[in-house]
Design a protein around this ligand. Structure first.
Ligand SMILES: Cc1ncc(COP(=O)(O)O)c(C=O)c1O
Length: 327
């Protein structure tokens, strides 16, 4: 994308407008349309997108927010940063998504929200437990949302399906009041000019980032199709490995198999692998204090998951090498 990115960045440099300008406005309307939602608000990161959504929903100190115990740590970190307490619950053994039954069992009179994570790009069910649902879609750009959530939050970390040239995130919602609140909260709580109606920090996205994301967004559908093709090849080559239950909306931010003897597997294959993620929240020293109930499925995923190379830039030969090794 380098040539197109160069043109986009150059356009911003020539405009002299670096924050909250026409690129961010255009990206927001293009991304909202892409997601099939009314509003998108661009912010500084995925973590900030989740934190600001929680704050905008009035969630904070004294409140509890249910999260899956197997996720990237920022899901829980954003809840903590809002002032609320993350309550980790177990995940489904076959999909790695939040287990709706476990979420229901974790509800208390302090529960104010639940954050299902579309882990690895596979759409997670949205639990119906009587509190606002905020989808953590950091892995799932282009995966059709099941509908019914208050908002979905995205990260544009450079390796994501839609990755930027730095940090970035977005809140996507059909709720105009929620979108307005996030817009205020991302820029010092200001409504118009210098009228500050609430206390907030700075979580803006740069115009350079927005311009780059517009380039990526134009290619996202094709790039997701290539990710799906790569994953389908691996799954066909190794039907004996344990995979997430298939889902037609899966966009394979990561293509993950479960392998009981992960270390030997990783040493034996002629390509690089990674682990997303080696610990459940219940096993993270900074977060174990939030454990309320055992999460054995989350911990099994953490012990066995291995991420195979899966990104659209892979050559056909590279894909074939992985398939041959898996077969
Ligand atoms: C599932 C999940 N949620 C949230 C985040 C946070 O996004 P960011 O790194 O843009 O703050 C990430 C980032 O890696 C993620 O993987």
């Amino acid at each position: 994308m380098r040539d197109d990115l160069t043109v986009a960045v150059d356009r911003v440099l020539h405009s002299g407008r670096f924050l909250l300008g026409p690129e961010t406005e255009a990206f927001e309307s293009e991304f909202a349309a892409f997601c099939g939602r009314e509003h998108a608000v661009a912010v500084a990161s995925g973590t900030e997108a989740l934190r600001l959504t929680l704050v905008a929903l009035g969630i904070g100190p004294g409140d509890e927010v249910i999260v899956p115990a197997f996720t990237a740590v920022p899901t829980a970190a954003a809840v903590c940063a809002s002032g609320a307490v993350p309550v980790p619950v177990d995940v489904d053994p076959e999909t790695a998504g939040l287990d709706p039954g476990a979420a229901g069992a974790a509800v208390t009179d302090r529960t104010r929200g639940v954050v299902p994570v579309h882990l690895y790009g596979r759409p997670s069910p949205l639990p119906d437990i009587g509190v606002p649902v905020i989808e953590d879609a950091a892995h799932a750009h282009g995966a059709p949302g099941p509908g019914g959530s208050a908002a979905a939050v995205y990260s544009f970390y450079p390796t994501k399906n839609l990755g930027g040239v730095g940090d970035g995130g977005a809140v996507v919602t059909d709720d105009a009041a929620l979108a307005d609140a996030v817009r205020r909260l991302r820029a010092h709580g200001a409504r118009d000019g210098y009228e500050h109606v609430e206390i907030a920090g700075n979580s803006r996205m740069s115009e350079v980032e927005s311009a780059a994301l517009r380039v990526g967004l134009g290619r996202l559908t094709d790039l997701n199709a290539r990710r799906r093709m790569i994953a389908a090849r691996y799954r066909a080559a190794a039907p004996g490995l344990r995979w997430q239950t298939p889902h037609p909306g899966h966009v394979y931010h990561l293509c993950v198999a479960r392998v009981a003897d992960r270390d030997s597997f990783r040493e034996s294959v002629p390509f690089e692998t990674a682990v997303h993620y080696p610990r459940a929240l219940t096993q993270q020293s900074g977060y174990a204090r939030f454990t309320r109930s055992a999460c054995p499925e989350a911990e099994s995923w953490a012990a066995e998951c291995v991420s195979l190379p899966c990104f659209p830039e892979m050559t056909d030969d590279e894909i074939e090498t992985v398939c041959r090794a898996l077969a």
